[in-house]
Design a protein around this ligand. Structure first.
Ligand code: ADE
Length: 242
């Protein structure tokens, strides 16, 4: 997997590249991550990459030429080009998994005051982090890259992400570590029992409980198997009694 970010602020990514799991993934060559400074592609004699909106209005817009030329320089026939913008499709875990199938992702960071609409014609997909506005696409590009890189083969143990929230359409079950008791709160006894099948069942049920309480919309989208339906009925009964 290769990720190329087109940005006006490559330095934004310095600590991203040199911290924790991402740093290790890059050092071990599990992924290639590079930032391309869009400003180095400007043909403007003052090095400008933005200009005023046609028709008037406040703010400066990122020009199409530096982005189009930067893309031409990095794009191959295997590249998938994503524009980070609040107008895009909201990022979710199934989309992140889809990105693993591409050899090369190119992430274009939008600009806080907007960009020339024609930039859209060069991209395969527009992606948003959510219904809020960031100062630019950099944090969104970092979030998307982080979510993809941690799923790349050999970056973290596979068991660690199979139970992640959203992977099976459910939120992750509650987790505990030592001490067994803290401030009057005990780790559930079943997790100390060593009984793997009971622990599996408990985790599945608690995963369904969390999803029911916090994200019932996810349960509506999910097809439950018999065991899951049974747990959901039990949980609903518990809450109806309260
Ligand atoms: N750029 C500005 N706001 C954004 C958002 N919400 N998602 C992705 N890119 C953005």
């Amino acid at each position: 997997m290769r990720i190329t970010v087109l940005t006006l602020f490559p330095e934004f990514f310095d600590s991203f590249k040199t911290t924790s799991i991402i740093q290790r993934a890059l050092a071990d060559n599990k992924v290639t991550f590079e930032c391309v400074d869009v400003r180095s592609f400007t043909k403007d004699k003052h090095n400008h990459v933005d200009d005023t909106p046609c028709g008037g209005g406040a703010g400066m817009l990122l020009m199409v030429q530096p982005i189009a030329d930067a893309l031409k320089a990095v794009k191959t026939e295997n590249s998938h080009v994503v524009l980070l913008t609040p107008q895009g499709k909201t990022l979710c875990q199934p989309m992140v998994r889809e990105y693993l199938h591409y050899d090369h992702l190119i992430l274009i960071c939008g600009h806080y005051e907007g960009f020339d609409e024609r930039i859209r014609s060069y991209v395969d997909e527009e992606v948003s982090l959510g219904d809020f506005v960031l100062t630019g696409g950099e944090i969104a590009a970092m979030a998307l890259s982080d979510a993809v890189i941690r799923l790349c083969s050999g970056v973290i143990r596979e068991e660690s992400h199979l139970d992640d929230s959203f992977e099976n359409g459910l939120l992750e079950y509650p987790q505990y570590t030592r001490p067994i008791e803290y401030d009057g709160m005990r780790v559930p006894e079943i997790l100390l029992s060593g009984h793997h099948e009971n622990i599996r069942k408990w985790r599945l049920k608690e995963s369904i409980r969390k999803t029911y309480l916090k994200r019932p919309d996810l349960l509506e989208k999910k097809t439950l198997n018999q065991e899951e339906s049974q747990f959901l009925s039990e949980i609903m009964e518990e809450y109806n009694k309260k």
